[in-house]
Design a protein around this ligand. Structure first.
Ligand code: SF4
Length: 346
């Protein structure tokens, strides 16, 4: 900028960063006029998870995914459940030293067919995500973003053209919640969801964490479902998950299971085909066939206990279940996305 600050436009915060300062996310820094990304090669958390934990219930259900995150975040959620890394600077966390190739080798070593960028917001370490994802695809590994969806259109295509699946948090459906409880805005997240649906081949699912008194009334559930149905269609899986008190939001109780049941019932009655309950033990973890209403995939917490899918269809009635269940499908979507991404960027 004219005054010597750097303008970061990776996410809609559009930080103007002075010499020696960090952006809001802590891991992007102006050092002698260069915008550095301090999380590159330095994951603060690496683990093997069930893919249902992301949560993704329609992308290779029952598989394992090597998951990683760094320090920092571009949102300021008072209820963050990973605040020990998301609210830390990169030199305040213990981190590994892993090049993109090392990450992929780790996935291969643990026979993980997928890699997830998660735990903190991966958009803010987008350059590292892109380099890992390129290596992953070359090694036949699928890539997943678990994101708050707070990204600019300029950065969106640069990153998502290398991504196979995503789970996007839609934390509430009011600007009041976004501005007061996450210190961001709702509209950019809605934009990201629409770009994903209409301009990429990325398989994605949505998570809505329900917090008592802040985003748990019927009118808000209805507005959210209306928007999803109108803008994304009826086959984007929707996960309603339970809050537990954490970080700066200790004065709210855990979400009663009945609230999740109520939200799920309403969404299904409105026509959303795949609706789940998370962070509680319930039948709401099962995938129900929209044709015959029988359980196609049964789960207990994050484990698949039975899978009645046959070639992506319900074994009982033959209805096609939305999702990505074979590597061939994943590669077809990627090919299409690459083509589309190249067109968008040019
Ligand atoms: S990525 Fe970080 S530095 Fe860049 S605009 Fe967002 S919060 Fe600011």
């Amino acid at each position: 900028m004219e005054d010597g600050r750097l303008h970061c436009y990776l996410c809609p915060r559009h930080c103007h960063i002075g010499e020696g300062q960090h952006g809001f996310c802590f891991i992007r820094k102006n050092e002698h006029g260069r915008l550095l990304q301090l999380g590159y090669g330095r994951p603060a958390a690496v683990a093997l998870d069930p893919i249902e934990k992301k949560p993704l219930n329609h992308f290779f259900p029952g598989s394992t995914i090597l998951s990683m995150g760094t320090a920092g975040c571009n949102m300021g959620c008072f209820f963050c459940q990973n605040w020990d890394i998301s609210k830390a600077k990169s030199d305040q966390v213990r981190s590994a030293d892993l090049s993109p190739r090392d990450v992929v080798d780790l996935a291969l070593q643990h026979r993980s067919p997928h890699l997830a960028f998660t735990y903190n917001e991966p958009t803010i370490w987008g350059e590292y995500v892109i380099d890992i994802a390129r290596e992953a695809h070359a090694a036949g590994i699928n890539t997943v973003m678990v994101s708050n969806g707070y990204i600019t259109r300029e950065a969106f295509f640069d990153i998502y053209r290398y991504i196979d699946a995503a789970n996007i948090d839609l934390k509430a459906f009011t600007e009041k919640f976004y501005s007061k409880v996450t210190l961001t805005h709702l509209q950019p997240v809605l934009d990201t969801l629409r770009w994903l649906r209409h301009e990429t081949g990325v398989w994605f699912e949505i998570t809505n964490l329900i917090i008592p008194t802040l985003n748990d009334d019927d009118a808000e559930f209805k507005q959210l479902c209306d928007w999803v149905l109108e803008n994304l269609g009826d086959d984007v899986p929707l996960h309603f998950t339970a809050f537990h008190p954490d970080f700066k939001l200790q004065d709210k109780p855990p979400t009663p299971p009945e609230t999740l049941h109520r939200a799920r019932r309403m969404a299904m009655q409105m026509g959303v085909k795949y609706v789940y309950e998370g962070n509680i033990y319930s039948d709401g973890a099962n995938t129900i066939c929209p044709g015959c209403k029988q359980v196609v995939i049964a789960r207990s917490w994050h484990s698949v206990t039975s899978n009645q899918l046959k070639d992506g269809c319900c074994a009982k009635c033959g209805t096609r279940i939305a999702g990505v269940f074979t590597q061939k499908e994943a590669e077809q979507r990627r090919e299409w996305a690459n083509h589309l991404g190249a067109a968008m960027i040019s």
